[in-house]
Ligand binder design. Structure first.
Ligand code: HAM
Length: 419
């Protein structure tokens, strides 16, 4: 029988990588805590409607990328392609933002999109996500952007660019949308097939097309800033002023529209110069109408998500530090079979005292055991002499010095000498 491989677009995070992942998540988590965000955990699958209504029927995600299936009860279920809609659902369902209350929430975990896999783009990928719900003030947008920048600063990422835009709101966007349709109609014959299909359904997305010809056409398109209403214009000016107050450099890109329909006012991305085509390490923005789109009362929101897989790629590329790789501290070795029981007991005692310890469970020779002890700081060796005297030989594997310690003192001796 042929061996079964992992599905296309998924990958295994093996031990040599997973400790680095933990470092990234831990660093992000500490930063979130410093910014007053609480961690939440959400289902990985939701009712399909949450995404079709929340993310938007005309988005690539909903049109062609969702992992949707009917469960055994005949309900349409979707593996979450992103976290924001789920966070909003949870906030509404659990009354987190009633009577003007706000909530700052973060989460991390796998997301699923049926995209064409390439470097930095997977079908199962991981996001670290932060959402600030219940606040419509531009200060919250600034806080979200600065939170994402601070996470990357702590991780040591370099060569990043913060790109911002305003995509307007339900009042001013329809006017802009109409202007765009009228403009692109005149250049219809030159647009790529995808843009042509987007012309009536989602003309703003044409601004985002990476094809050269479409890009050139989009360069001449009407400027969104000529269509923004006073409220959106003021909001964006406040976001910019806030970023400048904190000393953050950013680029204004009026063609940044993002691939999710829920955005209103602020949209932003953080791009890396070291990722190739899939260069966004984070993306986010404001979504003041998402709550009503998924059937709740009006709860304004702003947030971002960053791609853990992409952060990892950039950090490896740039030689960033992941802290220290956790290692087992003590190896307990039995010189012969008669000492295996005692080795097992000492290993257990060390572990109960929160010292990472291991011993052989497969009947390996003493020589083979000591070979496995290689990366540990100490080896505790037990043989016939040690059994007779109720002692243990503690060998410091860094300098090869060795002392005999009463068995009862072994744990405290190791504790004292570990650091
Ligand atoms: P997004 O731009 O679709 O936004 O994704 C955010 C980040 O997730 C991207 O910048 C990228 O780093 C990573 N990412 C997306 N797709 C993939 C993929 N196929 N493979 C690897 N990494 C990927 C959102 O998902 C919004 N929910 C962000 C947000 C939160 N907006 C407001 N709050």
């Amino acid at each position: 029988m042929a061996a079964i491989s992992a599905p296309r677009g998924t990958r295994d995070i093996l031990p040599e990588e997973s400790w680095k992942w933990s470092y990234i998540v831990q660093t992000a988590g500490e930063t979130m805590k410093n910014f007053g965000f609480s961690e939440i955990h959400l289902p990985i699958f939701e009712h399909t409607e949450l995404f079709s209504r929340g993310v938007g029927e005309t988005t690539d995600i909903v049109e062609k990328e969702m992992y949707t299936f009917e469960d055994r009860g005949g309900r349409s279920i979707t593996l979450r392609p992103e976290a924001t809609a789920g966070v909003m659902r949870a906030a509404i369902e659990n009354n987190l933002c009633v009577q003007g209350a706000s909530a700052k929430l973060w989460n991390w975990g796998p997301m699923f999109r049926h995209e064409r896999p390439q470097k930095g783009r997977y079908r199962q990928f991981y996001q670290i996500d932060a959402e600030c719900l219940g606040i419509s003030n531009a200060m919250a947008d600034v806080e979200i952007i600065s939170l994402s920048i601070e996470i990357f600063r702590r991780l040591g990422l370099k060569n990043l660019e913060v790109v911002i835009n305003s995509v307007g709101c339900e009042k001013c966007r329809p006017v802009y949308r109409q202007k765009l349709i009228e403009y692109f109609e005149t250049r219809k014959q030159d647009l790529c097939e995808t843009c042509l299909a987007r012309l009536d359904r989602n003309p703003l997305r044409i601004l985002d097309c990476k094809k050269e010809v479409c890009g050139q056409i989009a360069d001449g398109a009407p400027d969104i800033f000529d269509s923004l209403c006073d409220e959106c214009r003021e909001h964006f000016a406040e976001v910019r002023a806030g970023l400048e107050r904190l000393g953050f450099a950013y680029t204004l890109n009026k063609r940044l529209v993002r691939g999710l329909d829920y955005y209103t006012k602020t949209a932003y991305e953080i791009l890396s110069g070291d990722l190739g085509a899939q260069n966004a390490v984070a993306g986010g923005g404001r979504y003041d109408n998402l709550s009503s789109a998924v059937g709740g009362n009006k709860i304004p929101g702003v947030g971002f998500a960053c791609g853990l897989d992409r952060i990892m790629l950039v950090m490896e590329e740039q030689g960033c530090s992941f802290g220290k790789m956790p290692e087992t501290e003590v190896y307990v070795a039995a010189l012969d079979d008669s000492a295996r029981g005692a080795a097992q007991i000492l290993t257990h005692e060390l572990r109960k005292n929160k010292i990472s310890a291991t011993s052989d469970t497969s009947g390996k020779s003493f020589k083979a055991q000591m070979k496995n002890a290689g990366s540990c700081k100490f080896a505790c060796i037990i043989g016939a002499d040690e059994l007779a005297n109720d002692t243990v030989a503690v060998k410091n594997l860094r300098d090869s010095s060795q002392v005999s310690v009463p068995m009862n003192d072994a744990v405290s001796y190791i504790q004292k000498n570990l650091n």
